[in-house]
Design a protein around this ligand. Sequence first.
Ligand code: OOG
Length: 254
Amino acid sequence: MSVDIQSIAAQLDGAALHRQAVPQFAPGSFTLAQAYDIQRASVACRQARGDTVCGIKLGFTSRAKMVQMGVDDLIWGWLTRQMREEEAATVDLGKYIHPRVEPEVCFLTRRAIDRPLNALEAVDYLEAVAPALEIIDSRYQDFRFSLEDVVADNCSSAGVVVGGWSRDFAALGNAGVLVAQDGRITLTGSTAAILGHPLRAVVQAARLVAAAELSLPAGSLIMAGAATAAAALAPGQHVQGQINGLGKVEFFTG
Ligand code: OOG
């Protein structure tokens, strides 16, 4: 099947740039492997505008997310510097289509990762861990997509707010997670929902990077995937995330 990778990537990149959602693609329009090629090509469009890759994210590492979005496999995408939002600052929602927030665990790598790692080895490759909030923004109308669609769309990656770093990797297992919007708790869960333990997200990230014959440089971010479903964002909100033992992270929406 001949698929125009560049043209689909340009459509998705244009949708993000102009905040104009596109319909999901017809089933079978491209394979999962081609979806990852489209993803790379769409990130290349960002890089051509001066953006740079700063890490990767995993998606659908929890049942809550799979159920909310109706898909059933782990996915991964790229994070870029322009997606980084300052902690405790105001995020302009005008640059998104229909943004949602989800609580995440974020890792910072200490060594380059280019081979599969087990959970014990993974800690050696990590500099620090932080509570984080991810802003996702599907470029598809009504946030409706197949697994292939969402991979092509760089896994809905849009914004990342990272809280204070720590080295307390022991605090990570089965820690309570919550998100509050204007003081009202909108999402609750546990880090155990992330593949049983968030460090397994690093194991999966290493497997995926190695399988793609890539290397994730030292100093990269790895977002482990949301422990809960995502909640819609609206302008004028104070959004706070908390992971027991790791601390809080917050931003405002404008
Ligand atoms: C896809 C992104 C999934 C996660 O943490 O599971 C994701 C989406 O839900 O739009 O970011």
